[in-house]
Design a protein around this ligand. Structure first.
Ligand code: SAM
Ligand code: SF4
Length: 433
């Protein structure tokens, strides 16, 4: 989501004559787009800003702005912390960048704008894709109403709001005209898409509409809350040809007591039932997840329940995190905080197990034929192309640059932990495995 927010900032500023530069020393405007989901992300921002101060000391005309979740959280306090900062803008204020920059230039005074808007006017600025891009993000909703006990997002991104389907479709058609083949529908909880609209829309209906009307070859979405994963959406994985064989379905914990404390509103058994249902609907589906270890009060036995669940489900991959205390969240008040070294021990053990499962899942793809959307040249070898399976796995194989953006059939020859190696079978694939 932050990557896409940055793309939107660049697109808006292109309208005011700004161009992106690869070299920070050539910049006359620097925007730091921040995340504050975990403390580590916030610390990274502070050190980045510390480095920027030195550049500003040499070029006082340089304008520095800070946006995103940490800016939303700290507001004017950011100016006290970093006196070289010119402006601070919140998560709903990206569309106001040209006005904010003009005001800084005119008045040369510190500006802070972090108001939340009641309508969705602050998202959905059309972002022309970079040259050669194959895949694009499309925001379909913003905010979140879930208030999971560990999470700052609802405080910093505001209440959930869905974008009207016609606006989304129009954006996707435009992207297709630019040559985009794949869209990734974005939101904090895309499964509850449509709840704030009056026309009875939901994510399944939106996917069907995009599949039929947009000229796009592949559809993905992220992120899904397990509670809101409907039977209709699960059926889409069987019926909608353009919907990819992958779902990111964050579980967070395998312990029912911890899930209740986290305010996740499902049990481990309910989660596993959904996984079963997904796999029955589409046996090729890859399932990835997010897991937090060391939530306050998590006992060794409860941690083991997460491990046991992973053994049963065997995720294709997971993002796993040490619990990080965030100010103002429900979990901040809970007792039984776990020592950092214990959290780290649990995390490392869990990640080792996940590596085994990921490799096992990748090995199962050896000798299969996969349809690959080619994204570009491989980073590993100049003779290779890189693309992804429908199940979101990276595949490297020999091929010419003219094929970038095409869907081709590739036979998988070797599985590694983070990628697959393959051999192209034909250039223009027309069959789905
Ligand atoms: N909305 C998505 C969902 O509910 O699955 C995820 C949003 S969050 C940006 C991504 C992940 O960060 C979460 O799934 C969770 O695992 C992790 N996360 C959020 N807050 C955290 C915290 N305070 N400490 C550790 N991990 C956290
Ligand atoms: Fe945070 Fe929970 Fe909302 Fe995801 S669903 S953004 S974890 S509050």
């Amino acid at each position: 989501m932050n990557v896409h927010d940055s793309e939107q900032m660049a697109a808006i500023l292109a309208g005011s004559g700004y161009k992106l530069t690869e070299n920070i020393r050539f910049a006359d405007l620097i925007l730091v787009n921040t995340c504050s989901i975990r403390d580590k992300a916030a610390q990274k921002v502070y050190s980045a800003l510390g480095r920027l101060v030195k550049i500003k000391e040499k070029s006082p005309e340089l304008i520095i702005g800070v946006g995103g979740c940490l800016a939303q959280h700290l507001g004017t306090k950011f100016h006290k912390k970093f006196i070289h900062l010119d402006f601070v803008f919140g998560t709903h204020n990206i569309h106001r960048l040209p006005q904010l920059i003009a005001a800084v230039k005119e008045k040369r005074e510190k500006i802070t704008e972090i108001d939340f808007y009641k309508s969705i006017n602050s998202i959905g600025v059309f972002t022309p894709p970079q040259n050669g891009a194959v895949s694009a993000f499309v925001t379909i909703m913003q905010g979140c109403n879930n208030f999971c006990a560990y999470c700052v997002v609802p405080f910093l991104r505001g209440p959930e709001m869905s974008r009207p389907p016609d606006d989304i479709l129009e954006e996707i058609k435009k992207l297709a005209d630019y040559g985009i083949k794949e869209v990734i529908l974005l939101g904090q909880n895309v499964n509850s898409y449509g709840k704030t609209l009056e026309n009875g829309m939901n994510i399944a209906a939106l996917i069907k509409k995009i599949g039929k009307n947009s000229g796009i070859e592949r559809i993905r979405f992220t992120t899904s809350h397990p509670r809101d994963l409907s039977d209709e959406l699960i059926r889409c994985f069987a019926e909608e040809e353009k919907l990819c064989d992958h779902i990111h379905l964050p579980v967070q914990s395998g312990s029912n007591r911890i899930l209740a404390l986290m305010n996740r509103s499902y049990t481990a058994e309910e989660y596993m039932k959904k996984v079963d249902h997904l796999r029955k609907s589409n046996p090729r589906i890859s399932i990835t997840s997010d897991i937090i270890v060391g939530f306050p009060g998590e006992t060794q036995i409860e941690y083991q329940e997460t491990i046991d669940m992973m053994e049963k489900i065997r995720f294709d991959s997971t993002f796993s995190f040490k619990y990080s205390e965030r100010k103002g969240t429900g979990a901040q008040k809970l007792e039984g905080k776990i020592e950092d070294c214990e959290k780290l021990k649990r995390l490392k053990q869990l990640q080792l197990l996940q590596d085994q499962h990921t490799l096992e899942k990748n090995i199962a793809l050896e000798d299969t034929r996969q349809k690959i959307l080619i994204e570009g040249r491989s980073k590993n070898s100049e003779n290779d192309l890189m693309g992804r399976t429908s199940s979101w796995k990276i595949v490297n194989f020999n091929g010419e640059s003219e094929l970038i953006g095409k869907l081709v059939d590739v036979k998988i020859s070797k599985a590694y932990l983070h990628s697959l190696r393959g051999k192209m079978i034909n250039k223009e694939a027309d069959s789905v495995d």
